[in-house]
Design a protein around this ligand. Structure first.
Ligand code: NDP
Length: 321
C-alpha cells in the first residue's frame, strides 16, 4: 500500500510517496481504506517540525473511508462500515490503522468526501463557538482568515448563533466568500489596519471575542479590539508563532487569553461523537455549506501543502488515494 511519509522535517519536498507494508489491526483497531483525506494547516506544522513528531511518520489527521479489517476485541464496527476520523495521525495513506474509539460512523447518505472535508475543521469551529467562548446572539466576534477552511465554517456557525461577525481576509474574492458565509462586515487586513477598522465598526466599543488563527501578524491588533473582559482565542499561527507575552499586558482590560487545541475538546468518546454528530447533521440539513477548493491525488500531497501555504486557497483541500 502507498503512503506519504516524512523521514525528515522541512519544506513540502520532504513528503515522500512510497510503498509501505499494509497495516495490521491491534485488538481494538480498525483498518480503514481511506477514500478521501483532509489536508489541514497543522499538517504543515508537523511536516516542518514546528510541532515535533518522532520520525519517520505518515502524517495527516483526517480521512473517511471503509473499514476493511477489525481487531478481535472490536465491538462497535465491522468490515464494510463507513467511518471517518479527524484526530488520529496516519491519514496520508491508502490504508490506516485507527483505534476504534477515534472512529466515527458515517451517517447514511453522507459521502466520504464531504465527511473528510468537514470533520476536523468543523469540530474545531464547533468547539470554538460552543465551548471555548460560548457565543450568544447579539454578541460581536472578530474572525481572522474567515475564508479559510476553519474560517468559513466558523463564520457560518457564529452567524447562525445570531452573533455579529466581523471578518478579516486578504483579497476581495475571499471577502465575497466570507460575506456569503454570513460575515456582516469584512476587512481586507493586508490593506487596512483591522484594529482601527474594527473599533470604528463597533463605535469604539470593541468585540466580545477574537477567534485568531493567524497569530504573529494579528495578535497585537486582536488585543487592541477586545472589550474589557473580552476573550482572545488564539487557535493557530498561519503567519508564524506569537512571541512571549507578559501576563500584565492582559490586566489593562482584564482580558482572557487561551490557546486551545482540538485534541483537548474531543478527548472523550462523548465529546468526539457530540461534535462530529453536530457537524455531520448540519451538513446533511444544509445548515453548513462546505467549500471544497481542490481535490488532488494522494501522491500530490506536496503540491497540496504548497497551495495551502501560498495563501491562495479558500475552504478545503482533499487528497484522494
Ligand atoms: P486556512 O485554510 O485557514 O489557511 C490559512 C489562511 O491563513 C490563509 O488562507 C490566509 O488567509 C491566512 N494567512 C494569514 N497570514 C498567512 C501567512 N503568512 N501564510 C499563510 N496563510 C496566512 O487553514 P486551516 O483552515 O486548515 O487552518 C486555519 C488555522 O487554524 C491554522 O493556523 C491551523 O493551525 C489552525 N487550526 C487550529 C486548530 C486548533 O484546535 N487549535 C484546529 C484546526 C486548525 P488570508 O489570505 O485571508 O489571510
Amino acid at each position: 500500500m502507498k503512503a506519504v511519509v516524512i523521514h525528515q522535517t522541512g519544506g513540502p519536498e520532504v513528503l515522500q510517496y512510497q510503498a509501505l507494508l499494509p497495516p495490521e489491526p491491534g485488538p481494538t483497531d480498525l483498518i480503514v481504506r481511506n477514500q478521501a483525506i483532509g489536508v489541514n494547516y497543522i499538517d504543515t506544522y508537523q511536516r516542518s517540525g514546528q510541532y515535533p513528531l518522532a520520525l519517520p511518520i505518515v502524517i495527516g489527521l483526517e480521512a473517511a473511508g471503509e473499514v476493511i479489517a477489525v481487531g478481535e476485541d472490536v465491538k462497535a464496527f465491522t468490515t464494510g462500515d463507513r467511518v471517518a476520523y479527524g484526530n488520529h495521525i496516519g491519514a496520508y495513506a491508502e490504508e490506516t490503522r485507527v483505534p476504534e474509539d477515534k472512529a466515527i460512523p458515517l451517517p447514511n447518505g453522507l459521502e466520504p468526501r464531504l465527511a473528510a472535508a468537514a470533520l476536523l475543521q468543523g469540530m474545531t469551529a464547533h468547539y470554538l463557538v460552543n465551548s471555548t467562548y460560548p457565543l450568544t446572539a447579539g454578541q460581536v466576534c472578530l474572525v481572522h482568515a474567515a475564508a479559510g477552511g476553519v474560517g468559513l465554517l466558523l463564520t457560518q456557525m457564529a452567524s447562525r448563533i445570531g452573533a455579529r461577525v466581523i471578518a478579516t481576509v486578504s483579497t476581495n474574492e475571499k471577502a465575497e466568500l466570507a460575506r456569503r458565509a454570513g460575515a456582516d462586515e469584512v476587512i481586507l487586513y493586508n490593506e487596512t489596519d483591522f484594529a482601527a477598522a474594527t473599533l470604528d465598526l463597533t463605535g469604539g466599543a470593541g468585540v466580545n471575542v477574537v477567534y485568531d488563527s493567524v497569530g504573529k501578524t494579528t495578535f497585537e491588533g486582536s488585543l487592541q479590539v477586545l472589550q474589557p473582559r473580552g476573550y482572545l482565542v488564539l487557535f493557530g499561527q498561519s503567519s508564524g508563532p506569537v512571541g512571549p507575552i507578559d501576563p500584565l499586558r492582559l490586566s489593562e482590560k482584564s482580558l482572557f487569553l487561551t490557546r486551545p487545541s482540538l485534541f483537548n475538546y474531543v478527548d472523550t468518546r462523548e465529546q468526539l461523537l457530540w461534535r462530529a454528530g453536530a457537524v455531520f447533521e448540519a451538513i446533511q440539513h444544509q445548515q453548513l455549506q462546505l467549500r471544497i477548493e481542490r481535490t488532488l491525488k494522494l501522491k500530490e500531497a506536496a503540491q497540496a501543502h504548497r497551495l495551502l501555504q501560498s495563501r491562495t486557497t479558500t475552504g478545503k483541500l482533499l487528497l484522494i488515494p
